[in-house]
Write a protein that binds this ligand. Sequence first.
Ligand code: SAM
Length: 260
Amino acid sequence: MVGYDAAIGLAYPEEEQKRLTAIRVTSGGTANLKKEQIASLDSVIRRLELDTERKRVQFRPGFEAFAACHQLADWEGWYSPHDEATYLQVLQKIRKEDIVLDIGAGDLRLALRMAEQAQRVYAVEVNPLVVGAALQTIGFHLPRNVQVVCANALDFSLPAGITVGVLLMRHCWHFGRYFDRLCAAGCRRLLTNVRWKDGVEEIDLTAPRLPFEQVLDGWYACRCGTVGYVGSGACVDALPVEVALCPACLPKPEEGAIGL
Ligand SMILES: C[S@@+](CC[C@H](N)C(=O)[O-])C[C@H]1O[C@@H](n2cnc3c(N)ncnc32)[C@H](O)[C@@H]1O
């Protein structure tokens, strides 16, 4: 059996529809959506998945110069979606009162899903080809509570009231700057896979941070994005300690302090 969304002309298998709906139910979303709205959104997301895979914009001529102009290093500017498990880890932590800042929102597939659960989502994506194509695909299905900004998130003035930042970007060289900007905007939580790469952590941006020297044996995680272990290895199972300033934050002779 195949489903069909006339609004965007997309056919999709019924099993896929059931899978997507089940994910929403288990992640607590869609409380206020009608069945038809859920089906439309699922179709849009499926279409985004297919389109994005076909386009692979990072291989287009001109991309390298564009990335360099935005000081995006290495893979940082590549659009590469995350897997369902990673998205679910984020979705499970989005609350209905949240105002979300999705940093590097890619083709907006996660932003659309977060918008089902949150008060509002600001989706910021630097790559106009990724976000432009996504908006064309989404068309009139763009929910009212999603505001899409095509900009470098390092330049963009953060709106008031953001409660949670979402930063899914394993190859991120600017973690400390995002961290500081979110704190300055009064945001309290950050959901990210940048520091530990494997899985999504929820960082309390308001939590006190220990001086690095006080970590005698154990894991640490720094606001600059560095993680590591100090000591003998006797405490490998203990939770990491949040530190304010680690050796990686110290200015190199030829540059200023990292992340400021
Ligand atoms: C690994 S992809 C992840 C996309 C999306 N978060 C997801 O999980 O599906 C990283 C995205 O971040 C965007 N990006 C990287 N640096 C950015 C910046 N400074 N401002 C806005 N977007 C950025 C890239 O263009 C890319 O689309």
